[in-house]
Design a protein around this ligand. Structure first.
Ligand SMILES: [Zn+2]
Length: 136
């Protein structure tokens, strides 16, 4: 896609610190790392969000993510794998990307995941029934 920054990185129009590349995937260091080694893994083909990907492209991307994750786990004490879709979910660049964030015992980095006390069992049950109907 013409104006997509990640497509430009894939096409080497914009330089990046590439840590891995194959036919389908590119992995490079995030220019705004939240931790040392914060890596982005992207499909070379442009997909805005994960639901737009076909199985073959997703499988190939997953292989790269697994390979890189194994490498990071040799260098770090832990690893967060995150992927955001749409602005409401924190997606800053509309080209599918996985964040691989190495974690170190002394990094002090915290995720503030708290239970939302306002979520009711009724709402969750309704969601459960709806999502199951999509996955049949
Ligand atoms: Zn793109």
């Amino acid at each position: 896609m013409k104006d997509c920054i990640f497509c430009k990185i894939v096409n080497k129009e914009i330089p990046s610190k590439i840590i891995y590349e194959d036919e389908h995937a590119l992995a490079f260091l995030d220019i705004e790392p939240v931790n040392v080694g914060h890596t982005l893994v992207v499909p070379k083909k442009h997909f805005e969000t994960i639901d737009k990907m076909d199985k073959e492209e997703y499988d190939k991307l997953s292989e790269a993510i697994l390979k890189i994750s194994k490498g990071i786990m040799c260098l770090a004490d832990g690893l967060n794998v995150m992927q955001n879709n749409k602005e409401i979910a924190g997606q800053a660049v509309p080209h599918v990307h996985f964040h691989l964030i190495p974690r170190y015992n002394d990094d002090g980095y915290r995720f503030d995941w708290k239970k939302d006390e306002d979520v009711t069992e009724k709402e969750n049950n309704e969601f459960l029934e709806k999502i199951k109907s999509f996955l049949k």
